[in-house]
Structures are given as structure tokens and as C-alpha cells.
Ligand binder design. Sequence first.
Ligand SMILES: C[S@@+](CC[C@H](N)C(=O)[O-])C[C@H]1O[C@@H](n2cnc3c(N)ncnc32)[C@H](O)[C@@H]1O
Length: 229
Amino acid sequence: MKDSELKHNAKKSDDTYSMAILQPLLINLPYLPFNGGALRPMCIAYILNEIIINQRKMILEFGSGLSTILMARLIKRNNLGLKIITVEHNKEWATVIDRYLKNEDLQQYVKIIQADLKEIETPLGKVNWYNYQTVLSGIENKKFDLITVDGPPANGRKIRYSRFPAFTKITEFFQEDYCLLLDDANRKGEQKIIKSFQKFHPDLHFEMISETLAVFRKTNSFNPIPIQY
Ligand SMILES: C[S@@+](CC[C@H](N)C(=O)[O-])C[C@H]1O[C@@H](n2cnc3c(N)ncnc32)[C@H](O)[C@@H]1O
């Protein structure tokens, strides 16, 4: 079997296993439309485990979606003292997520910042990122110990560095001990972002999870990986 096929099969089995461990947050609750736009089940399970195992308290998410709803369900179900600020560029999508949260009485755990995309300078050139002023006023000087970067969309050559500002413009809002996650880290654009961030933060622990999730940590915390062979 080719190396790429082996990797593909490994990802499939990671996701199948993770879907099973997510069941307590899925059964008897409104259906969630899992598709290619959402984080892989393995990555969602990793994040939920991280929240519990490393006792995260304040989450900043870029790119709202099923991940937001599942994190909020976890907070409610496990009675965790935790807040999420999620940043979303697409108004219609923000409304869909807000409706889910309202319907399940989860709004108290999540603040959605709807921020249109706007040109911003990065060390890799200009990109379209969430309106910086809108993000800053939504964050309200809070400090975050878990930051997930799964937006804005960066699936094309021209927009491949769109997620870079999360690594350069808001690091002053990271807590002393934090975990920073970047999805789609197998893509060329994200790999360049990772290399650039590592250059400026050589002290951080770095790990790739199931081929697609990049994880940076300030301290060597408990390992939240859902399954390891
Ligand atoms: C990679 S998605 C973020 C997905 C989200 N973190 C999740 O796990 O569900 C990036 C952007 O695509 C849009 N989006 C989110 N979920 C989507 C889905 N299931 N299908 C299509 N587009 C989605 C939103 O505008 C979002 O900000």
C-alpha cells in the first residue's frame, strides 16, 4: 500500500474512533450537519479533551461551526466554568450557529463576534482577515488559554495565508500558559505560517495530530490525544 493510502486509512480510523467518543454530545440532541467544512471528529475530540484534561478556562475560536456547538454542549453537560469567544466572518453562518445555541440554551457560554473580512498586513504580505478593530473590541482585553484557528477560509493559493494574523496580531491576549491550534496544517500555506511562528517562538512545544491539526503549547501539559497506537 502507498504511503498516502496508509495515511488516509489512519485518518479514517482516527475519525471513526473519535465519532464514537463524541456520542454523549450528539445523542438525543438536535442533529448536527457534519460535512467537510467542519473540523474532523479527531480534531474536535482532541479539543474537547484538551478543555477537560488541561482545565482550560477561556477559549478564542476563529471560524465558528459545529466545533462551537460541541464545545458549548460540553460546558453545559460537564458543568464547566468556561467561556468561548468565537469569531465568524459570514453573517448567515453566524446566525445559524446563534440559532443552535439559543435553541439549546447555550448562549450564556458563547459570545459570537461577527467580523467582516478586511485587508491586513502580515509578514507574508497582505491578507483578508477578520476586521481587526471588531475583533479587538469583541475580545475586551480578555486573555485566552485555548485558541483555535480554523478560519477564515484559506483553501486556495490566493488566500493561503489568510489565517496568519491570528499568530501575529493577537498574541498579547494569550495567557501565560496556553495551547494554540491550527487546523488544515497539512496544507502548504499553513505550513509556512507554522514555520514562521516557530521562528519567533522557539520555546513552544509543537506537535502534529493525525496529519492535519498543528498544536503549539507553552508548557508540556497532559496529553489530550483521543487515541494513540
Ligand atoms: C473551516 S470552517 C470552520 C469550521 C468550524 N470550526 C467547525 O469545526 O465546524 C471555516 C469557515 O467556513 C464556514 N463553515 C463553517 N462550518 C461549515 C460547514 N459545516 N460547511 C460549510 N462551511 C462552513 C464558516 O464561515 C467558517 O468560519
